[in-house]
Design a protein around this ligand. Structure first.
Ligand SMILES: [Zn+2]
Length: 143
């Protein structure tokens, strides 16, 4: 492994000085776990945890993790400085969500909107559920 990934002092996009990297992979500086400066660089998932997204920027490095001696995981690394905040909810998204919620509120028996989310098990408003339940009870009682 040491032979495969020799330390290399190279110019990198995240530092004005040359930094130690583990060579190149696909033309990008290769970093081993622990040598990436976490205040400057992040994986897509780490960006997401910070409420950010790559914003169309290309990865500036690759980070590799040795899962097992034979298995290597490689992550794209982005510059945190180039990341943008995750998009806030747009009006279109709000209305799509409102529509989805409305669909979940329509009673399957009377077709009315009781103004609350219906139980997914019954998809009925309470008056209809009670009416149906009362009918069942009556039938059982009559039998
Ligand atoms: Zn109903």
């Amino acid at each position: 492994m040491a032979r495969q990934y020799p330390w290399l002092l190279a110019p990198v996009p995240w530092s004005p000085a040359q930094e130690w990297i583990r060579g190149y992979h696909d033309g990008l500086p290769l970093l081993s776990y622990g040598c990436a400066p976490q205040h400057l660089l992040a994986t897509r998932r780490q960006l997401r945890a910070k409420g950010k997204r790559p914003n169309g920027s290309d990865p500036v490095a690759l980070l590799y993790l040795l899962h097992k001696p034979s298995k290597k995981l490689v992550f794209a690394i982005y510059l945190i400085a180039l990341a943008a905040p995750v998009r806030p909810m747009t009006p279109a998204k709000y209305s799509a969500l409102a529509k989805a919620n409305l669909a979940r509120r329509i009673c399957r028996s009377c077709g009315k909107d009781p103004l609350y989310i219906l139980p997914t098990s019954t998809k009925q408003c309470w008056p209809c559920f009670e009416a149906e339940h009362a009918t069942d009870t009556t039938e059982i009682g009559a039998a």
